[in-house]
Design a protein around this ligand. Structure first.
Ligand code: NDP
Length: 240
């Protein structure tokens, strides 16, 4: 029977590409999303992948959402923690809400999803957790103390959980994308984006499917000896 993979924030951007790659690899895939019903409906129709709406930053909602996926799709073997938001602003202009929402969703979402699925993976002796971090969690970024802290936290979370999962056939890894041409980057002002692209040795933004190929490897049988690691996919922008 095909293994079941859940991709948070799977209905658009990088998450969508990950869903499609994992489906092509033979996984049974379920996609989570937060509120954009229109995009989710179109995604489900176009890909045939079922969608589940819940806020990964809400602990109880995430437990209930994963329970629903397990009963409707099957026990969850692979979790891709991809859901993320930005609420940019310099520290002096950043509200407490913008700080805590970014931490709650980007980092808290990883904890909530792991709590909902790790015991089942342990029981079955196999699991894969892939957390989507960011170049800005590795290097920091002006105007993003919230996002950089959350993403940096994801890299620490990954290394700690990898140690807990290793004996049970569960690998836990992170991918740190550079700038990828999704809606999230479309929100960056054009003059800022031009300066960013100028700093990318490869000379362009990345594509969502270039992140998805990395997830595909980390979720595979062949990835069994890779754990606690962070794969940077950033066109050479930050060599860590
Ligand atoms: P998008 O903004 O294009 O898509 C975000 C996805 O996450 C959507 O499906 C959205 O659902 C979902 N989502 C947002 N909040 C929640 C929530 N609380 N609960 C569940 N789902 C949620 O993002 P990208 O594809 O650009 O980014 C994907 C990941 O990659 C993020 O973690 C991001 O931080 C990271 N990343 C992106 C980079 C880039 O250059 N694009 C660079 C480095 C990292 P809905 O459609 O319902 O809103």
């Amino acid at each position: 029977m095909a293994r079941v993979a859940v991709v948070t924030g799977g209905t658009r951007g990088i998450g969508r590409a990950i869903c499609e790659a994992l489906k092509a690899d033979g996984f049974t895939v379920a996609a989570n999303y937060a509120g954009n019903d229109e995009k989710a409906k179109a995604f489900a129709e176009e890909t045939g992948i079922p969608v589940f709406k819940f806020d990964v930053g809400d602990y109880e909602a995430t437990l209930a959402g994963c329970e629903q996926i397990a009963s409707e799709v099957g026990p969850i073997d692979v979790v891709v923690n991809n859901a993320g938001i930005t609420r940019d602003g310099t520290l002096l202009k950043m509200s407490y809400e913008d700080w805590s929402d970014v931490l709650r969703i980007n980092l808290g979402g990883c904890f909530n999803m792991a709590k909902a699925t790790f015991a089942g993976m342990k029981e079955r002796g196999w699991g894969r957790v892939v957390n989507i971090g960011s170049i800005n969690g590795q290097a920091g970024q002006y105007g993003q103390v919230n996002y950089a802290a959350a993403k940096s936290g994801i890299h620490g979370f990954t290394k700690a959980l990898a140690q807990e999962g290793a004996r049970f056939g569960i690998t836990v890894n992170a991918i740190a994308p550079g700038y990828i041409d999704t809606d999230m980057v479309a929100a960056v002002p054009e003059n800022v984006l031009e300066k960013i692209v100028a700093k990318i040795p490869v000379g362009r933004l990345g594509h969502a499917d270039e992140i998805a190929r990395g997830v595909s490897f980390l979720a595979s049988e062949q990835g069994a000896f890779v754990t606690g690691s962070t794969l940077s996919i950033n066109g050479g922008q930050h060599m860590y």
